[in-house]
Design a protein around this ligand. Structure first.
Ligand code: PAF
Length: 272
């Protein structure tokens, strides 16, 4: 595995690469969720590139940019184990200049995550576009846990005619059911235990819908019951355009839950 630190180096190496390229962009602190993306990329492509970059432009003022978990050594080992060919670990200077052309996420992104974190998706799309341009990958792998991020990246690829396939990948969970997240390390043992209510509520909703429930408000109420007394930021039932719906259409519904433990926001969802 070759570690690449600068944009210039990556551009030069990219010129020499032939064959299908699978790309997994990450912010590091790799966990089993990332590993499953990398494994899928490995299975489906001749060359695998992973990036690790804690992208400052997607953090709002006061968010956890400076304390975001960083585990370089462990991450490098994981990538080696997963037989990654190239690991791109740039610093901020090589990725950004002072005054840049900006990407604006569409107006419909200012709901849910975009409402709580206005501007977050502008930064995500900006860095993802840079990374797509640099890697010129065939396929890029994203987890469904960040459902809105995935949808906006798909929309960017469509709107800007980008020559890349976006491969959505299922949420990976700890044995307990808790969705894997780099931010789970912030939780105390007690909070982790309480957080199990999140996946429990999601599974319960899935079962209700499988048994024929179609009323989104009934499903939401039941989720609130399971989650109580946690600090619930939102429970939403949306279609795949992220518009809220009242009537559940099983092949076109995502149920999203966000719960707060202090400053830590835990996201989970189920795609019907
Ligand atoms: O999902 C993430 O880890 C980040 O938002 C991404 C896609 C790597 C962009 O920084």
């Amino acid at each position: 595995m070759q570690i690449i630190k600068t944009v210039e180096e990556l551009k030069n190496i990219r010129k020499t690469l032939k064959g299908t390229i699978g790309f997994v962009p990450t912010m590091g602190a790799l966990h089993d969720g990332h590993i499953s993306l990398i494994k899928k990329a490995r299975e489906e492509n001749e060359i695998v590139i992973v990036s690790i970059f804690v992208n400052p432009t997607q953090f709002l003022k006061g968010e956890d940019l400076s304390t975001y978990p960083r585990k370089e050594e462990a991450d490098i080992k994981i990538c080696q184990m997963c037989k990654v060919d190239y690991l791109f670990m740039p610093d901020i200077k090589t990725m950004y200049e002072e005054d840049e052309v900006l990407i604006k996420a569409p107006q419909n992104s200012y709901v849910l995550e975009g409402f709580t974190r206005p501007g977050h998706f502008d930064g995500v799309l900006q860095v993802v576009l840079k990374l797509f341009n640099l890697t010129q990958a065939t396929n890029a792998y994203f987890g469904k846990k960040d459902a809105q991020q995935l949808a906006l990246i798909q929309q960017m690829v469509k709107n800007l005619f980008l020559p890349i396939n976006i491969i959505p990948c299922d949420i990976v969970r700890e044995n307990s059911g808790l969705a894997m997240s780099s931010r789970n390390v912030y939780l105390s043992i007690e909070q982790k235990q309480e957080a199990l209510k999140i996946s429990k509520s999601i599974y319960m909703a899935g079962n209700l819908i499988a048994k024929g429930e179609r009323d989104a408000n009934i499903v939401k109420d039941k989720i609130y019951e399971v989650l109580a007394p946690l600090d619930i930021e939102y429970v939403k039932v949306v279609d795949k355009r992220f518009d809220e719906i009242e009537v559940i259409e099983p092949s076109n519904t995502i149920i999203l839950v966000v719960v707060r433990f202090g400053n830590v926001r835990l996201l989970d969802n189920i795609w019907m």
